[in-house]
Write a protein that binds this ligand. Sequence first.
Ligand code: ZN
Length: 372
Amino acid sequence: MQAVFVALQQSRRVFLKHGRRAPVSSGGHNGRSLPAPIPVHAFYADHFILPLPSGHRFPMAKYGRLRERLTVELPQVRLGQALPASDGELALVHLPAYIQAIHTGTLDAAAQREIGFPWSPAMAERARRSVGATIQACRAVMAGAGLAANLAGGTHHSYAHKGSGFCVFNDAAVAARLMQTEHARRHRATGPLRVAIVDLDVHQGNGTASIFASDDSVFTLSLHGARNFPFRKEPSDLDVELPDGCGDTEYLEALERALEELEQRFDPGLVIYLAGADPHEGDRLGRLKLTFDGLEARDRRVMDWAWQRRLPLAFTMAGGYGTDMEATVQIQMNTYRTALDYHHRWQGMAGVWPADRSATDPATPHWQNPAP
Ligand SMILES: [Zn+2]
């Protein structure tokens, strides 16, 4: 126990908050090696390069950069290649005709323009894998991992029948429905798995809200800029509109009230968290004024809220359009550092998970991929 405590303390000291790396000791006290920490699992698909015309405003390079920095700076995060979501999985949310049109590149020009990316086989493949990454992260946390992540995802502007705003398929929605299906298969006698989607991207989660509009088993919470895209918003279960220029204090107070209300109205068994970097003051599209510290406090509050209630939490990166792309990636790195803190707490719970979560053989968890 003492060794674990020392390992925790050391892992917290190794990384300084804004990205600089502190010296790492090779061993513990008295020169003995510390036990290897159990990694956080995170899934990526950025190696499917989506060809964009020169000058396109979407910062595609941020995904590869995040993976590169995680590899170098946070080896406790174990990266796995995302598997593609199947047609059947996508069809838990999306219309078969839409899935097919994305697959074959036969979407009409207006619908393709609304997505904002030109079609290519890589676009279609990447969209499937981005959903697959959130599915795998959700399976990991439902199997007892506590926290797990998708290095992309958070494509919340995607509706059942169409894409929009750089979002092809709605990863959180598909993963939520699939986790409910898998849960129902294992627990026939109990009620449906209840899923809370906590969407803190600066833009409203209109697609997600629309998909679950008449579904009481999924609670959609969206904190977003009132005057930002999408200009025609869909009613979530709980929408919190923030004024332009909203800063840390106002934001964190609004988040606190929102979590309180969520808790009064809903009792989730799984949380999917969209940790958008675009509320940052340096974001080109965000219109809010959160600082690095404010965003870190936001992540900590959501993860702490889930941890206090022992709710498994899968997180996705959602939007981030920093004037300086490195600032966007830094915010995401801070999210991973916060997640590692909470992951350690979940690991301290090992052996006392509910039976269904510990049923998976930890040596060969079914949600884990072979190395790419
Ligand atoms: Zn956004």
